[in-house]
Design a protein around this ligand. Structure first.
Ligand code: MN
Length: 229
């Protein structure tokens, strides 16, 4: 007999390359404006200070190749991003030197965005939840354990839509490094094993429409293929 009034929703999880176990997802944190060319295209002032953070619910993850076009928008945008997966908690005393050891795996994902709702929210200084945290707003690849992933400042992050290159940058172009982001986040939240972090997107964000197919790549590490339906 369960202690719950009704059956809880299933645990959100991701496949892990080379393992039969799945990665149980706790929270999804996202970094905004982490590539200066993208910040500029969004009309934001680029200044290195404190990163911009927002969140998506864990069950916004979608692992099926078919991604439904969301309700309530006329302007769904793609943002290709590297995704970090934490394998251990991070305390608020974590140093930059030690932060990277907490990354269990890397993936690539899309921070899907209802750009029209986000523009309205920005204009009215309202929260971004409806523009960023909707159902199926987080397609994410299989995770690649850090021990098998060669990540460097030269690693290229890119997105092709219908075969055309839309976004491309190297990780060295990020304003805030993975360690910077983990340390800054740990001052705001108790980071736990199972947390994911979307690391921000390069310039070139644009619309997706039903029928579009995409390939997101963290070059030499992992890719994600899907279709908007
Ligand atoms: Mn983003």
């Amino acid at each position: 007999m369960s202690e719950y009034l009704f059956a809880p929703q299933p645990q959100a999880s991701l496949a892990i390359q080379g393992s039969s176990k799945r990665f149980p997802v706790h929270r999804i944190y996202c970094v905004g404006r982490n590539f200066s060319e993208h910040a500029k295209e969004m009309g934001a002032v680029v200044e290195k200070g404190v990163p911009v953070f927002f969140m998506k619910p864990a069950d916004a993850i979608i692992q099926s190749a078919d991604v439904p076009y969301p309700s309530a928008t006329q302007d769904l945008h793609h943002e290709v991003e590297m995704v970090l997966a934490l394998g251990q908690p991070i305390s608020e005393t974590m140093t930059l030197e030690n932060a990277l050891h907490c990354i269990y795996a890397y993936g690539v994902g899309l921070d899907l965005t209802r750009r029209d709702l986000q523009a309205l929210a920005k204009e009215k200084r309202l929260p971004w939840d409806t523009s960023k945290g909707f159902d199926a707003s987080a397609p994410i690849s299989t995770l690649v354990p850090a021990t098998d992933a060669e990540i460097s400042p030269d690693t290229r992050l890119q997105l092709r839509v219908n075969g055309t290159l839309r976004q491309s940058a190297v990780l060295g172009d990020m304003i805030y490094s993975c360690a910077d982001v983990l340390v800054a986040l740990s001052k705001l939240f108790t980071l736990k094993a199972g947390d994911l972090i979307f690391m921000g997107t390069p310039a070139g964000v644009a619309a997706l429409v039903p029928g579009d197919t995409y390939i997101a790549e963290l070059d030499g590490v992992v890719s994600l293929t899907g279709r908007i339906i």
